[in-house]
Ligand binder design. Structure first.
Ligand code: UD1
Length: 375
């Protein structure tokens, strides 16, 4: 038997990269674990993937599956087909997946069916909305995982309700916050505000990519109508996710944006530029999961353009508010943000030390799991 514990770590889409970066550096400080990195290739554009490896100092992946885009079934199946031989060849002691993207469940399924223990980071989050593809990925991945790491207490509580208890589930803090705190100083060197001619606190940042918002013409039109009003008050920066870019073309909605002279539409930004942009913003409007957490740490007001969130701690103690997706609900939330501004607090354990906690637990538990399975 090998001395070291070999862990195959999976990334695939943009929100995975900031979660894996601090983990890869924490592994380097541990002698028990031998990490390998695998990229499913779900996100493949330079500015959706490579730029993040560069900004976050993530090592080159040991394997790249290059699956690209496709329907959910195609993407999930392609990842499974290409991942299985990698697991067979590299014979890991565990597979570690993060978040809730298609690669999370695809690689999780492959691992457990080959008898390899599965570790899920960012486990237990639940929006309660099963029409979200990510919610299905979360529920299924948690159900088959052997070790589960949660960012907030709601995750531990949700898992307990689903029969997953304290022997497997651990509250460790938030890897995304580790990355943010690691790069907060460095992002000051970004010249994104100057490039876009923005004054600190005098602009809004908007990101949109969820299928429920951008694939539905009426919902998207309603959000853009709110944008037109907000634009009367402040500049807006909109880094375009490829899914939104496609919908604007398909629905012929680009014209609606054309007349807004204080709207800056950009390609998706790198990590450091986006972090600087968020940290100096007056407000952030988003349907992203991670941005709700990042604005909580940055203490920037965040309006989440959804009816629900799987990250309730950001509502309870942070600066996040649910704004819904209609023109009216967004504008009401926008106006009330400036009339009663809340000072948020930092959720428990969001202190930049999550990676160290995860590695310590892995180094303790995985040798025992391996020993138990080899008998
Ligand atoms: C995926 C994740 C979502 C995550 C989001 C962050 C799932 C189910 N969804 O959604 O949880 O919040 O990533 O971005 O895994 N495309 C490009 N270039 C790229 C990547 C995608 O042009 O580098 C295009 C694709 O061709 C497709 C669209 O963008 O048309 C959407 O990509 P897809 O991978 O299906 O999912 P996301 O919407 O990005």
């Amino acid at each position: 038997m090998r001395d070291r514990i070999r862990i195959l770590n999976v990334v695939g889409a943009r929100p995975n990269f900031m979660k894996i970066a601090p983990l890869m550096s924490a592994y380097r400080r541990n002698e028990v674990i031998e990490p390998l990195l695998i990229h499913t290739g779900q996100h493949y554009d330079e500015n959706m993937s490579r730029l993040f490896f560069h900004d976050l100092g993530i090592p080159e992946p040991d394997f790249n599956l290059e699956v690209g885009s496709g329907s959910h079934a195609v993407q999930t199946a392609e990842i499974m087909k290409s991942f299985e031989p990698v697991v067979l060849r590299s014979r890991p002691d565990a597979v570690l997946v993060v978040g809730d993207v298609n690669g999370t469940i695809a690689c999780g399924l492959v691992a457990v069916k080959l008898g390899v223990p599965l570790v899920h980071v960012e486990a237990g989050l639940r929006s309660g909305d099963r029409t979200m593809p990510e919610e299905i990925n979360r529920i299924l991945t948690d159900a088959i995982s052997d070790l589960l790491f949660c960012t907030e207490q709601s995750g531990i509580d949700n898992l307990a309700r689903e029969g997953i208890g304290a022997e497997k589930a651990f509250l460790v803090g938030n890897l995304m916050v580790d990355s943010l705190l690691d790069h907060r100083e460095r992002c000051q060197a970004s010249s994104i505000l100057e490039t876009l001619r923005l004054m600190p606190r005098k602009y809004a940042v908007l990101t949109l990519h969820r299928p429920s918002n951008v694939d539905d013409r009426d919902v998207l039109t309603g959000i853009l109508d709110a944008l037109v009003e907000i634009h009367a008050d402040m500049s807006i920066v909109l880094p375009l996710h490829p899914r939104l870019r496609k919908s604007l073309v398909d629905f012929g909605l680009n014209q609606r944006l054309a007349g807004m002279n204080r709207l800056r539409v950009t390609d998706p930004l790198g990590y450091l530029d986006f972090l600087r942009l968020m940290s100096e913003a007056g407000i952030v409007l988003t349907d992203s999961g991670g941005i709700q957490e990042e604005t909580t740490i940055l203490q920037v007001p965040c309006l989440t353009l959804r009816e629900n969130t799987e990250r309730p701690v950001t509502l309870d103690v942070g600066t996040n508010r649910l704004a819904g997706t209609t023109t009216e609900s967004i504008l009401t939330a926008f106006r009330s943000t400036f009339s009663n501004r809340v000072a948020g607090e930092v959720p428990p354990l969001w202190d930049g030390q999550a990676a160290g906690r995860i590695v310590a637990i892995l180094a303790e538990k995985l040798p025992r799991i391996r020993a138990a399975r080899s008998h």
